[in-house]
Design a binder for this molecule. Sequence first.
Ligand SMILES: Nc1nc2c(c(=O)[nH]1)N=C([C@H](O)[C@H](O)COP(=O)(O)OP(=O)(O)OP(=O)(O)O)CN2
Length: 166
Amino acid sequence: MTQATFRVDVTKEQFIFSAAHFITFAGDICERIHGHNYAVRASVEGPLDENRYVVDFIALRDAVLAETQQLDHHVVLPADHAEIKITSDDKETTATFRDRRWVFPNEDCVILPVVNTTAEEMARVIAERVVERTKETFGNKLTWIEVAVDENQGQWGVCRLPWPQS
Ligand SMILES: Nc1nc2c(c(=O)[nH]1)N=C([C@H](O)[C@H](O)COP(=O)(O)OP(=O)(O)OP(=O)(O)O)CN2
């Protein structure tokens, strides 16, 4: 007998956030700072509740939006990169990579707990934070959450996390 599975997906125009970043790749190549209009999709899988919902679209939408709005119009920097070092004083945040240096007003920056600000890592952080925002409301019946971040109209980094059971 086939077993039905159910999922809710939300991907809204209002999730699009414009942010600047730079990553390293191939060992020691560090990109120039540049921006993307990032798109986001979030999905959760689980059984149907008494409403015949997996979860209320609106609750999931609002949790995702709260996270994407925090990134909009910011420079996104990695806290955990081995060579991109981030320091802040009371006014400015400085990023260094070898002999290169970028200085930003603190309020323009968001420092994320990632090694590299790739779409995959940003998807993971958004997924973890959406779980934190919703786990009390959604309970422990869901099986997973997946967040996908699109850097450039069809280039998605995707992270799926098991839904916390406690
Ligand atoms: N799996 C991943 N691959 C790549 C990522 C990523 O996050 N995950 N990121 C990048 C870079 O950020 C790169 O800057 C992507 O930018 P994009 O503008 O898409 O790249 P192009 O130089 O090809 O841009 P065009 O404007 O389309 O010329 C790379 N890979």
